[in-house]
Design a protein around this ligand. Structure first.
Ligand code: SF4
Ligand code: MSK
Length: 636
């Protein structure tokens, strides 16, 4: 078997031969087995919406130009992409609902495993949501915040925008969205509307379908905003912490437990309970005790709040098992490869699902709900300790690859750092540096890994280009993982890659904030749902300048976008007025109408647009150019 490695991560290169020698297929092998991938699907021209289909439209005009029902290429492509936005919105918002329901019960005193760890943030949230905070206990306030948040899943008044988007973006933007009829009033209803209007024989006007999709994407923004903010109140608002990232954080001497997925409700309790069970692991023969490591966005959640090291990001999650020293992988929701249990079977690794609506064939399932959080955490940790006893020492192969990462830059943490420079007006230093050009603009890196690219490579190339051009870099999700693993989320990277202006600012702020050196080159803002943190910062800047988000020198980049959630994120980013780079060719190019709408038409509608560029060098240059033009627009 030829070894296939489409990754720039040295740890992946080191572990793929292990898979080969064990006869295990990894994501890279399965990618190869899928070649050539379906041309109709790649262009968005395959429709499976009804059982008369599937129907395919010939991209070259020789074969059929319509499906059996008469849907043409534009309708088919628009429906497909709108449904992706709906699925992304559903995923993030379900995560958010889970947190909100838990917080409501914390407020009622029903969930002893959880607390409100950041009452200050809770009060700030309540004020943003215009909830009266006077004479309320922390628990009462938590209940009221959660209850008002849940109205965003229930409101039936089309004229009232959801609370969270209304409290999170500038008024100018809200007015623009309302005028276009894309301001969501209810997350669930908006997702349901997309599914309804894209049913066979409904909305067939591609522009109208697409705008329906954008409304769903904005509901996605609403869902992730509330997920981020309520998680901060319950689990703590992230502040800078130094940790390590990449597969070398797995420790031969410890019981290693990877938490993988997105939802912090279980992983937080696992972190708590692991301390209490540490001695049990030592007694079982592991001198290092329990070592929790993170993968994907659950990894980001526990990394930014507790400094838990990050083992890897999406595409290389299988590699953690291939080390032969991972005793359990505990998964919750989203972006978990169904191949994991099969690979776990080749080693001693327990792959444990925990959510009733997210199971996998071949995995052990331990049902989690907030009522039994502590017991569930104890149970999965015990499975890991038991598995440790079944390790085969001959199969252990942990590449000694890890990099320092300084993480945990919530919007509050950024403001706190700036407050060390100007306590009275923390936003001023950032604004001043943008005006003088020391900081040319801000770029948010988000999104996934994708086998269409070389894993993590484009992130690094684009970031280096932008940093050299004095662009301040933020990152979330698996993009953040790419930077952390590959050494771009630390102070040395600032020294190596930042342009002179950017380096001076990062150094001044880092020193003032007590970091004994500059801020890291890329500021870690958290998991996928934490893209909302970047909008919090951008909204503060826009409100201060009395401009809209689309006027700011602000860009987003998703070099390896893959999931439906990433499609939703990129789409609300466009809807909020941000030029948004996609390094993956979106499945829409079978329709010129939809492609032009996404890359050009959205400029007039929203000010934001999709900038598709698969070449990372060109993408970096184009993003710098976009920022230059935005600055000209502001007269700076
Ligand atoms: Fe074919 Fe129309 Fe059915 Fe789609 S909805 S599968 S195009 S008949
Ligand atoms: S996990 S959505 S692969 S970023 Fe948030 Fe990573 Fe993309 Fe999943």
């Amino acid at each position: 078997m030829e070894i296939i490695v489409k990754s720039s991560d040295d740890a992946v290169a080191a572990l793929c031969p292990v898979a080969e020698s064990e006869g295990i297929a990894t994501v890279f092998d399965r990618y190869k087995a899928q070649q050539p991938q379906c041309g109709f699907g790649s262009l968005g021209l395959c429709c499976r919406i009804c059982w008369k289909g599937p129907c395919r439209v010939d991209p070259f005009g020789d074969g059929p130009s319509e499906g059996i029902c008469g849907a043409n290429r534009d309708t088919i492509v628009a429906r497909n992409v709108a449904r992706m936005m709906a699925a992304g919105a559903a995923a993030h918002s379900e995560h958010g609902r889970h947190i909100a329901l838990a917080m409501q019960r914390v407020g009622k005193g029903e969930l002893p495993a959880y607390q409100i760890r950041d009452p200050k943030k809770l009060t700030a949230i309540a004020e943003r949501l215009q909830i009266d905070t006077k004479d309320k206990s922390v628990l009462q306030l938590a209940h009221d915040v959660a209850t008002k948040t849940l109205e965003d899943y229930q409101n039936q008044d089309h004229h009232k925008g959801c609370h969270w988007i209304s409290a999170s973006v500038p008024k100018k933007r809200l007015d623009r969205l309302a005028k276009l009829g894309v301001l969501p009033h209810n997350i669930d209803a908006t997702v349901a509307q997309i599914m309804a209007r894209t049913h066979i024989g409904c909305d067939a006007e591609p522009g109208n379908v697409f705008l329906g999709g954008i409304k769903g994407a904005l509901a996605d923004f609403n869902g992730m905003s509330l997920a981020t903010e309520l998680s901060d109140a319950m689990f703590g608002t992230p502040a800078p912490v130094v940790t390590e990232a990449n597969i070398g954080v797995i420790d031969r001497q410890s019981v290693n437990i990877a938490v993988n997925g997105h939802n912090p409700l279980l992983s937080e309790v696992i972190c708590d309970v692991s301390r209490e069970m540490n001695q049990a692991a030592i007694d079982a023969g592991a001198p290092g005790g329990i070592n929790i490591v993170g993968i994907c966005c659950t990894g980001n959640e526990v990394m930014m709040r507790h400094g838990v090291p990050l083992a890897t990001n999406y595409l290389s999650q299988e590699m953690a098992i291939l080390t032969g020293a991972l005793d359990a992988m505990v998964v919750d929701v989203q972006c978990i490869m169904p191949s994991l249990p099969q690979i776990g079977d080749c080693f001693h690794t327990e792959v444990i699902t925990t959510m009733a609506d997210n199971k996998m064939q071949g995995a052990r399932h331990v049902d989690f709900c907030e009522d039994n959080a502590t017991a569930t955490a104890r149970k999965v940790i015990q499975f890991a300790i038991d598995a440790y006893g079944r390790r085969d020492a001959n199969k252990i192969n942990i590449p000694d690859i890890k990099r320092t990462a300084v993480v945990g830059f919530s919007a509050e943490a950024v403001m706190d750092a700036l407050a060390q420079v100007d306590a009275v007006d923390p936003l001023k230093p950032l604004l001043d540096h943008i005006v003088t050009g020391n900081i040319q603009g801000i770029a948010l890196f988000a999104g996934c890994n994708n086998t269409q690219s070389v894993q993590d490579e484009s992130y690094q190339k684009i970031a280096k280009t932008l940093a050299a051009n004095n662009v301040l870099l933020l990152a979330t999700g698996c993009g953040a993982g790419a930077f952390a693993k590959n050494g771009l989320m630390n102070q040395q990277a600032t020294e190596l890659y930042a342009g002179e202006g950017l380096k001076a600012v990062l150094t001044a702020v880092g020193e003032a904030a007590g970091l004994n050196g500059p801020l890291p080159l890329v500021l870690h803002m958290g998991s996928c749902v934490d893209n909302s943190r970047a909008i919090t910062l951008a909204t503060a800047l826009a409100n201060r300048l009395n401009v809209d988000l689309s006027d700011l020198p602000l860009v987003a980049s998703a070099p390896e976008a893959m999931s439906e959630k990433a499609v939703a994120i990129a789409s609300w980013s466009v809807g909020l007025g941000i030029p948004t780079h996609l390094g993956t060719m979106p499945h829409v190019t079978g329709s010129q109408v939809v492609t032009e709408l996404m890359t050009e038409g959205t400029k007039d509608l929203f000010g934001g647009y999709y900038l598709v560029e698969t070449d990372p060098d060109l993408a970096g240059e184009k993003l710098v150019e976009v920022i230059r033009n935005k600055r000209l627009g502001l007269g700076i």
